[in-house]
Design a protein around this ligand. Structure first.
Ligand code: HEC
Ligand code: HEC
Length: 348
């Protein structure tokens, strides 16, 4: 691998000039025009990508695997992943922070070097050789207009996360996909096609199953709902409890039992010695579950990788007109992860 020293030096210089208030838009000094000079970018985009600007996208496989391309001609399988910033971007563009990763695998071959196919007639991924990254950040892509890919940068990495040198003209090739609504990506339409449906009102039991064992989960909190005269017990499985201090891990299941409150002769809730509502019958079991591949919905409606559903107390799916995803998007912010009772689960 080439010496990283020149790269480090220019990054240090970039940070020291960035102290003057501009947070590092350009990669060369004095090119932003604010100091009276009009010099534009003078460098062509580098062959093989730019490791001085982008780092290995740790955890990229936690993103959505939105498409897989079989390359029969050169016996490769290419798997494309998008991170949350990309998945939550508007329909016709990608926001800053978007990272698109292409894993390049060799395809499995038989003794004669011919490709082996699975039962769906797809190539079988054998060995991962390259992790290719495109990343969009404000101020990236400070290259001559003939070579820049907007604010996208490219790089190849080895599967263990090391910088990988390459002589390929990433920017030159991906320039073919310049233009509105393509974002220099060859698989932009596949990414957007992955999320064309709005999240369903009332949830879905297509993917989410009734968690039979939910009574073994930890009881996180009980909510007296005065507006609806209900008592709500909220349970979290161990995956959810163990990960609640950060973003909930895949495999998290949160269950809310919704009881009607016991009412007196005047239709008022009866309270116990502590002033809490008392339970009457169990009316609904509400479930949310997070898994890889869940949440394949439009950016405006999805709840990350969560799915929702209502069930009858006996576990049969219950139709509902409640807009689960819409309401739980109130909790879309950092550290909330679409869950109203996150603090209570974290406190367990
Ligand atoms: C010869 C043209 C060419 C070159 C050079 C090239 N790419 Fe690509 N790239 C493609 C094509 C075509 C696809 C779509 C998938 C496919 O068919 O393999 C793609 C897909 C990708 C993707 C997935 C997102 C997308 O655009 O669909 C990433 C990430 C990527 N390339 C990164 C790189 C990096 C990093 C380099 C340079 C080290 C590079 N590419 C060089 C043609 C090229
Ligand atoms: C009107 C807004 C609203 C709608 C619609 C809604 N929820 Fe909720 N949900 C809440 C609130 C608020 C809580 C917190 C507990 C409480 O106050 O009842 C909650 C809690 C939950 C919980 C416990 C985890 C948490 O976020 O605290 C689950 C599970 C749940 N809802 C599932 C569903 C399902 C399934 C649907 C759709 C069938 C749905 N919700 C529709 C507002 C809503």
């Amino acid at each position: 691998m080439k010496s990283r020293l020149p790269g480090l030096l220019s990054v240090l210089l970039l940070f020291s000039t960035a102290c003057s208030g501009d947070d590092g838009g350009g990669t060369d000094s004095g090119t932003d025009g604010t100091d009276g000079t009009t010099a534009g970018p003078v460098e062509d985009a580098p062959l093989g990508g730019n490791h001085e600007v982008v780092d290995f996208p740790d955890g990229y496989a936690n993103g959505a695997l939105y498409t897989t391309v079989d390359k029969v001609d050169n016996l490769q399988v290419r798997r494309m992943f998008a991170n949350d910033a990309a998945l939550n971007s508007p329909a016709d563009s990608l926001d800053y922070g978007s990272k698109i990763v292409m894993e390049i695998w060799s395809a499995m071959t038989d003794g004669d070097g011919n490709p082996v196919y699975d039962d769906q007639n797809r190539l079988i991924a054998d060995e991962l050789s390259i992790v290719a990254l495109m990343e969009k950040q404000e101020g990236f892509g400070n290259y001559t207009p003939e070579t820049a890919n907007g604010e996208w940068e490219h790089a190849f990495f080895s599967p263990d996360g090391q910088d990988m040198a390459s002589e390929l003209d990433c920017y030159g090739c991906h320039l073919e996909m310049a233009g509105p609504s393509t974002e220099y990506m060859f698989t932009f339409s596949q990414l957007k096609a992955w999320q064309t449906e709005p999240a369903p009102v009332g949830g879905t039991t297509d993917l989410l199953n009734f968690p039979d064992e939910y009574l073994t989960y930890a009881l996180a909190t009980t909510v007296d709902k005065e507006s609806t005269n209900q008592v709500r017990d909220i349970y979290a499985n161990s995956v959810a409890v163990d990960s609640a201090d950060g973003e909930f891990a895949r495999g998290s299941i949160i269950v809310m039992e919704i009881y009607n409150a016991l009412l007196d002769g005047n239709e008022q809730p009866v309270v116990d010695m502590d002033g809490n509502f008392m339970k009457d019958d169990l009316a609904i079991i509400a479930v949310m579950e997070k898994q890889q591949g869940f949440g394949n919905y439009t950016p405006e409606t999805r709840n990350g990788e969560w799915e929702h559903a209502f069930f009858e107390p006996d576990g049969t799916p219950m139709a509902s007109e409640a807009d689960c995803y819409g309401c739980h998007r109130e909790m879309a912010g950092e550290g909330l992860d679409f869950v109203f009772s996150k603090a209570a689960i974290e406190a367990l």
